[in-house]
Design a protein around this ligand. Structure first.
Ligand SMILES: [Zn+2]
Length: 658
């Protein structure tokens, strides 16, 4: 579904104060838009002021209400859904520790007071103590095509001990901070059958979902504060009482976050059309070059393979130690990396976090899926591209640790989290974020999905999967796809490039991975080389009984067998590499379906060793040690020891530096 609702676009332009100033033409439908006039009070830890917003009814339905995310209320009490789910009550013991948002007045575009028609609802869990979704019954129901305007006076108190959003002393990271309009899904959009609001409560696990919007934001802060946001800085003017007003404009982003702290240092850089602004704390000057290089690597790699980064600006923030809770989070055109002081150069954690969070600009920022309902479409895809980028730029086998004497790849770390988890068969990739059974959310939605995407790449090839992602970007950029849309595009591209080489479509793959809980494990079960006993004896012939021998003395023929075994439930096509005593090598293909499969050879050569999946295409294979089998020539103890040693070395090499 990729329609451009012209009226929405026109609405976006006409409501905006500044018109079109960031990108040349609107990138999205701009179903919603916001103008803010707010002030940060660094003592009270509040942001308060006026929000003017609009929402366009792009459905065929008459819509009686508007739903708003009131996410600061997740920190309002120990009975909120988020607090209850996290299993620990809010640790706050003082008023200042809690966070909340309160609407002081609300009017529609015609001035009608909607204050008495506000009601907190709990569409996910009916927890009456949760105040994170607000329903506002409109004075006049919105007809198809109508634009509903809201004027809201609000105050948000930021929570202490930053949990993505909040404050630490004079450091502020301000995210999910205002009454934000949910997504009305018309019939046919994603899973919507009849048209309905999709506006989830704030949960302890999971992320967000919103329309691409336009933001004009004016913020008053003390004059000594350095600010950054997902927008383009329009102006910064000193006003009275030691304060200044900063004005930002952001176009076609799904969330507007900002930060303010007097101690930020600022580095500026450029990559092609993108002006990069990096805010970092004193003490990390030595990492500026590293983090800027990482973000430029990611811009280049994804620009070439997936699609252009469409905005002319990008801000990223390395929070100080006291604000570390804001680190490693993304809001499109602004994201936070995360680091510590004096991290050695061979430990690539700051680069990895920067790359990971930047990739989210594509997989929640541009191709904006519903992160609450289908987290893998964001986190799994992001983790997959993170592996590719890190191992590409920092060396194969060295994407996470790049020491001159040893290395650890992002590929191996990423898959090991999945393959070594005792819970990796618990659930498939379809639950909502908060429905993953105990502790499996990250492992399944980040690492399992990344590992099967790497496996998909192994099967269909890098060029093909790049084309899949490019088309996914082209067709679903600035829209809201589901997993079925990704599967459909994969099927389309694979068929175009490979015909029926992989079957009628790739559903057999997705059924076992995205929709399946099985694991994949292939093993070379054994090798044998048996001498063929040739016929030798008396046979009757025209001339009477004669001695016949099929082979002359000195000839030896072997019947050699490599036996493969499928130990897991998942069936994938695998390659087999067979190495003979003479040095000859043979590659074989197996559809991987049977429990056992023998590959048999007759000849004077004996098999020495065999390896299944020699190029590590099947990243999902949970045990790489059993992928190889080397024949023991005899049972001399020292050789047995060597064999064990070689196996251990293989494991180390495969799991650590591949
Ligand atoms: Zn992520």
């Amino acid at each position: 579904m990729k329609k451009l609702y012209l009226f929405a676009v026109l609405m976006g332009i006409s409501i905006s104060t500044y018109g079109q100033i960031v990108v040349k033409t609107p990138l999205s439908d701009r179903v919603t838009g916001y103008t803010f006039d707010v002030e940060l009070d660094p003592e009270a830890k509040t942001v308060s002021g006026i929000m003017n917003a609009y929402w366009v009814n792009i459905s065929e339905n008459i819509v009686p209400d508007i739903r708003l995310h009131m996410y600061p209320n997740a920190f309002r009490s120990n009975k909120s859904t988020s607090s209850t789910e996290s299993g620990r009550s809010l640790r706050g013991s003082h008023e200042i520790d809690f966070g909340w948002v309160d609407i002081l007045s609300i009017h529609d575009g015609k001035g009608a007071d909607l204050f008495d028609s506000m009601k907190y609802i709990q569409p996910d869990d009916q927890n009456s103590n949760d105040m994170t979704v607000l329903q506002v019954i409109l004075n006049e129901a919105a007809m198809p095509g109508d634009t509903v305007k809201l004027n809201i006076e609000f105050i948000s108190k930021l929570p202490s001990r930053i949990r993505r959003t909040g404050f630490a002393d004079d450091f502020f990271f301000v995210a999910q901070w205002f009454p934000k309009i949910g997504v009305y899904e018309p019939a046919g959009m994603r899973y919507s059958k009849e048209g309905a609001w999709n506006c989830h409560q704030y949960h302890s696990i999971g992320e967000y979902y919103a329309n691409h919007s336009v933001y004009d934001v004016s913020i008053i802060v003390p004059v000594e504060y350095v600010t950054g946001s997902g927008g383009m800085l329009i102006s910064e003017d000193e006003i009275d009482n030691g304060k200044k007003r900063v004005v930002y404009r952001a176009e076609d982003i799904v969330d507007f976050a900002w930060t303010a702290w007097p101690d930020y240092l600022v580095a500026e850089d450029e990559w092609e059309h993108v002006k990069i602004r990096f805010l970092y704390p004193p003490g990390r000057e030595d990492q500026v070059g590293r983090q800027l290089a990482a973000v430029k690597n990611a811009l280049e790699y994804l620009g070439e393979r997936v699609g252009p980064y469409p905005w002319p600006h990008l801000t990223f923030v390395d929070p100080p130690k006291k604000g570390a809770g804001a680190g490693g989070m993304e809001y499109t055109t602004i994201f936070t990396s995360g680091s510590v002081d004096k991290i050695p150069e061979f430990v690539l954690m700051p680069e990895m976090t920067t790359v990971h969070e930047f990739i989210h600009a594509y997989f929640m920022g541009i191709i904006a899926n519903n992160e609450s309902e289908e987290p893998w479409l964001d986190e799994g895809m992001t983790s997959y591209w993170e592996v590719r980028i890190m191992d590409h730029y920092y060396g194969p086998g060295k994407g996470i640790i790049n020491h001159k004497n040893f290395g650890i790849s992002d590929w191996s770390i990423s898959r090991m989290v999945y393959v070594m988890s005792g819970d990796n068969k618990v659930v498939d990739n379809t639950p909502y974020s908060w429905d993953y059974p105990g502790g499996t959310y990250s492992m399944i939605s980040y690492k399992k999905a990344a590992t099967w995407l790497l496996t998909l790449q192994g099967i269909i090839g890098e060029e093909t999967i790049d084309k899949v992602f490019r088309r996914y970007y082209d067709e679903w950029g600035f829209d809201h796809p589901t997993r079925s849309d990704f599967v459909d595009i994969t099927n389309e591209v694979v068929t175009e490039l490979h015909g029926d080489r992989f079957g009628e479509d790739m559903n057999w793959f997705f059924n076992q991975t995205l929709y399946g809980t099985g694991i994949c494990d292939y093993k070379v079960d054994g090798i044998s080389n048996s001498k063929i006993r040739s016929f030798k004896g008396m046979m009757k012939s025209d001339t009477g009984m004669v001695l016949r021998a099929d082979l002359t003395d000195g000839d030896t023929i072997f019947h050699s067998v490599v036996r493969l075994q499928r130990l897991g439930e998942v069936m994938l096509p695998v390659e087999l590499h067979v190495h003979f005593e003479s040095g000859d090598e043979i590659s074989e293909q197996w559809d991987g379906k049977a429990t056992y499969k023998d590959f048999e050879y007759w000849g004077s050569d004996k098999i020495l060793w065999a390896t299944i999946d020699p190029d590590f295409k099947i990243a999902m294979d949970v045990n790489l040690i059993n992928n190889s089998y080397t024949l023991e020539p005899d049972n001399v103890p020292v050789k047995r020891f060597m064999r064990k040693f070689v196996t251990i070395m293989q494991f180390l090499i495969l799991s650590v530096t591949v």
